[in-house]
Design a protein around this ligand. Structure first.
Ligand code: NAD
Length: 337
């Protein structure tokens, strides 16, 4: 049996991998994969990693030295992987989609909660405070939602918004054919949306796409929802936009500096990140710690596809979920097969 080192394990991962795994000898490590912990992978044939593992050139070199030939990412995003370092050394596989519904539904959950102040009402009624003061929201029907990125998750989010009677405008450099919504330029989307939801990947060009200048363009009282990647938003600019009341609320499932914090319990510690601490303190900000994917359906699919990816690699089958550095394009691609 091939031996697999599984990093950053949580009980909900283990439950599904144990249930579905038949062909691998998996050791589960709670440590995140970093240059410091990479030595744990010595003696293994493959590695399973996750979104906040550090797959930089140092980690990749170490894994390569230990004879690791494959890293199976149990996630869709791969902005934490140095593909150039892995090129021709280690295959990087991923789970391109596991449940776009989980993420799209969480995006709407964040927005509904913020708009209708459910988080505040929950606390109030537990204290037998049945006052309605300051709980007023607005109807979604007829409001304009700006969706950035109309891939798998964005398209489902659009369907959900349409179910609420919202007017949908969207931006994507690769528009879908025959959309039942309107594509617009980014600037128009920023200027006209009552709520903006991010569903695009983090790349060099999309980093900080929501920055101080862009917040300035937006409608007063806009809502921002981000379940994609933290680095899409310049957090300090968001903080300022909340402070000067430009942004009426933000629902964030991701945060640019989440790597050392999210998925862990720091309830008895002092958090050094002042921007995050301030954001958490706002009554009109809801932060969830990268949990948008966390449904039974998604976890099952993640385990099934990751195990399938490893089986394909070890049995020399085509790697349909490979992502790699393409020398010709000088870029990362999942189109190399
Ligand atoms: P996808 O690849 O199906 O769609 C992404 C879309 O974004 C594509 O249509 C692409 O053309 C578009 N795009 C690329 N660059 C863009 C840009 N600069 N501006 C606007 N659009 C751009 O991906 P998906 O499955 O819909 O996932 C979307 C994002 O959701 C992922 O990148 C990932 O970061 C995030 N995600 C988060 C979670 C979570 O738990 N929070 C889980 C899964 C995925």
């Amino acid at each position: 049996m091939k031996k697999i080192a599984f990093f950053d394990t949580k009980q909900y991962d283990k439950k599904w991998f144990d249930r579905l795994n038949k062909n691998f000898d998996i050791d589960y490590y709670t440590e995140k994969l970093t240059p410091k912990t990479a030595r744990l992978a010595k003696g293994y044939d493959g590695v399973v990693a996750f979104v906040n593992d550090t797959l930089d050139s140092e980690t990749i070199e170490l894994l390569y030295e230990f004879g690791i030939g494959v890293i199976a990412m149990r996630c869709a995003g791969y902005n934490n992987v140095n593909f150039k370092a892995a090129h021709n050394k280690i295959k990087i596989l991923r789970v391109p989609a596991y449940s776009p519904y989980a993420v799209a539904e969480h995006s709407m959950a964040l927005f509904l909660c913020l708009n209708r102040k459910i988080h505040k009402a929950y606390n109030r009624t537990r204290d037998f405070n049945f006052s309605l003061n300051r709980l007023t929201g607005f109807d979604l029907n007829g409001k304009t939602v700006g969706v950035i990125g109309t891939g798998k998750i964005g398209q489902i989010f659009i369907k959900i918004c349409k179910g609420f009677g919202m007017n949908v405008i969207a931006y994507d450099p690769y528009p879908i054919e025959n959309p039942d919504f309107q594509y617009v330029e980014l600037e128009k989307l920023y200027r006209e949306s009552d709520v903006i939801s991010l569903h695009c990947p983090l790349t060099e060009s999309s980093k900080y796409m929501l920055n101080a200048q862009v917040f300035e363009m937006m409608k007063d009282g806009v809502y921002i929802i981000n379940t994609s990647r933290g680095g899409l938003i310049e957090s300090e600019a968001l903080l300022n936009a909340l402070k000067n009341r430009k942004v009426a609320g933000a629902g964030l499932d991701v945060y640019e500096e989440e790597t050392d914090l999210f998925f862990e319990d720091y309830s008895d510690k002092i958090i050094d990140d002042d921007i995050l601490a301030r954001l958490v303190s706002f009554p009109n900000v809801i932060i969830t710690s990268h949990q948008a994917f966390l449904t039974d359906e998604a976890l099952r699919n993640i385990a099934e596809i990751t195990l399938g990816n490893l089986e394909a690699y070890f049995n020399d089958k085509p790697l349909k979920n490979e992502v790699c550095y393409c020398q010709k394009k000088g870029d990362v691609t999942s189109e190399c097969n």
